[in-house]
Design a protein around this ligand. Sequence first.
Ligand code: AMP
Ligand code: MG
Length: 317
Amino acid sequence: MITTNLNKAKEYLINDEIIAIPTETVYGLAGNAYCETALKKIFTLKKRPYYNPLIVHIKSASSLNTIASDIPEIALRLAEEFWPGPLTLVLKKQPHISDLVTAGKDTVAIRVPNHPIALALLEQLDFPLAAPSANPFGSISPTSATHVSNYFEGKLDLILEGGECARGVESTIIGFEDNQPVLYRHGSISIEEIEKIVGKLIISVNNDSKPNSPGMLSRHYAPITNTFLTNNVPELLKSFQGRKIGLLLFKNEILIEKNIIQEVLSENGDLKEAARKLYAALHRLDKSDLDVIIAEKFPNEGLGKTLNDRLQRAIKK
Ligand code: AMP
Ligand code: MG
């Protein structure tokens, strides 16, 4: 059921059930972060492997100390600057935080979401919410309540309606090594914005061989349709003549024959708008019974790095 009933949502969560909630990044599958029954339900419904840790959502930076310890000064500065907002901090965990949340690590990922409904809900609860994205493991993240209900028809009792996600891609994840900030995942805050606060960032974004941010698999966020990423769409198009093709384009349509569906993400070339629209466009293309999706590479700066990262992970290896 898609609803705006916060009281009902609260009731489910208090009874160790899981629900979908809106955030400014993507919709989350939320449960009581202090309850192992609820945590297990998240993994089961998502078919998420237990080695992939969850992000804990809190209502404000003032409850950070109940989840994390030994917090570096620089982490507090980042929290002050970007919370509520799409920045996740990986910090040393308090002993009571479950291994299910952290995948057995001694660190925990935390953020304050910037969505009025998520914040209103957290405000009414006396526990934080563990919430990964509300999609089956490995598939395209949901940016609307309808995306969530398409995925979990009949398996999820309550989806809180919160409109389309304002950011549309996942949070940026920062960890700390020797008190130095390290980028673990590109996200909806660009590296440049973070470097304005902390100076040069160490970049350690995961692929399958780098273990520091488990779950950041090289294939993730993926449509079912075979997908390609290229700097030269017209060139790649030639090799798929006669096939049903979907194009995911940054600014401009390409004039070509029918049989080709084109999704343009931002006519003004605004990377923020493109980020907001990316997953919805991928969902539409994936439902269009295509032989292939060809995505255009974004400029490799600011949020363009995040968009390229997600598209790279959408490609079948
Ligand atoms: P999701 O909630 O689906 O956006 O995914 C959460 C992601 O946060 C995981 O896939 C990890 O990449 C990252 N993460 C969560 N906890 C940790 C941690 N303790 N250390 C490093 N990365 C983490
Ligand atoms: Mg996810």
